[in-house]
Write a protein that binds this ligand. Structure first.
Ligand code: HEC
Length: 204
C-alpha cells in the first residue's frame, strides 16, 4: 500500500514538472499556429480520432459504386467546399491549409490513404474537434451520399492529373471582386477579338 502511494506521488510530481516546463515554454515563446504539432500531440490526436469512429463504421467499405459521373460530382463538390483548405490537388498547400494548427494534410500521402473508407467518411461527416476540419454531415441520406462520393475523390487524389486540377480551379468559389476582375478581363478580351477581327477585314 505504501509502495503504491509512493509511486503515485512520484508520478504526480513528474507530471507537475512536465506541465510546469510546458507552461514556462509557452510564457517564453508564446503559442503560434505556425508551429508543427509535437509528436506527442499528433500521436494522442490520431489515437483519439480512431477511437471516435464507431467500430462497425470503421470496417465499412464505400457503398456508393464508383462511376465517372460520381467522380465528376465529387470533384465539383470538393472544389466548392474543401479546396479552400485542402487545395484542388488535396495537398493542403493553400493560404488557409498551410497556416492552420494542425495543418491540412497531404491527402495523397500514405497517412491519409491508410485510413479505411469508413474512417474517411466519419471524418467528413463529423469533422475533427479542435482543428480547422468542419463536420459536413447533417444526418440526411443526401449528405451521407455526398460524403461517400468524396471518399472516392480522396482515393483518386494520388493519381489526379494537372488537367483535372485545372478543371476544378474553374469551380472554386470566387469573391465578388475576383468575379468583377474576371468579367472585365473577358470584356477586354472580347474587345481585343473584335479589333483583331476588324484588322483582318481591313487587311483583305
Ligand atoms: C477550413 C479548413 C478546412 C476545410 C474547408 C475542409 N477541411 Fe478537411 N481538414 C482540415 C484540417 C486542418 C485537417 C487536419 C486535421 C488534423 O490534423 O487532425 C483536415 C482533415 C481532413 C481529413 C482527414 C485526413 C487525414 O489524413 O487525417 C479528411 C478526409 C478531410 N479533411 C476531408 C475534407 C473534405 C472532404 C472537405 C470538404 C467537404 C474538407 N475536408 C474541408 C481543414 C479543412
Amino acid at each position: 500500500m505504501r509502495g503504491a502511494l509512493k509511486i503515485g506521488l512520484v508520478a504526480a510530481a513528474v507530471l507537475s514538472l512536465v506541465c510546469a516546463l510546458l507552461f514556462a515554454r509557452m510564457l517564453r515563446y508564446g503559442l503560434s499556429a505556425h508551429d508543427e504539432p509535437t509528436t506527442i500531440e499528433a500521436t494522442i490526436a490520431s489515437r483519439m480520432r480512431r477511437w471516435a469512429v464507431p467500430a462497425d463504421l470503421r470496417e465499412v467499405t464505400n457503398p456508393v459504386p464508383l462511376t465517372p459521373e460520381v467522380l465528376e460530382k465529387a470533384k465539383a463538390h470538393f472544389a466548392d467546399h474543401c479546396a479552400s483548405c485542402h487545395g484542388n490537388d488535396g495537398k493542403g498547400q493553400t493560404a488557409i491549409g498551410k497556416h492552420l494548427y494542425p495543418k491540412a494534410p497531404d491527402m495523397a500521402a500514405a497517412k491519409t490513404q491508410a485510413l479505411s473508407d469508413g474512417e474517411l467518411f466519419a471524418t467528413i461527416e463529423n469533422g475533427i474537434r479542435l482543428t480547422g476540419m468542419p463536420g459536413w454531415g447533417d444526418g440526411t441520406a443526401e449528405s451521407a451520399y455526398g460524403s461517400w462520393t468524396l471518399v472516392h475523390l480522396i482515393r483518386h487524389i494520388p493519381k489526379i492529373t494537372a488537367d483535372e486540377v485545372a478543371e476544378m480551379e474553374r469551380m472554386n468559389p470566387v469573391s465578388p471582386s475576383e468575379m468583377e476582375e474576371r468579367q472585365s478581363e473577358e470584356k477586354f478580351l472580347e474587345g481585343a477579338d473584335e479589333k483583331a477581327g476588324a484588322h483582318a477585314t481591313h487587311a483583305k
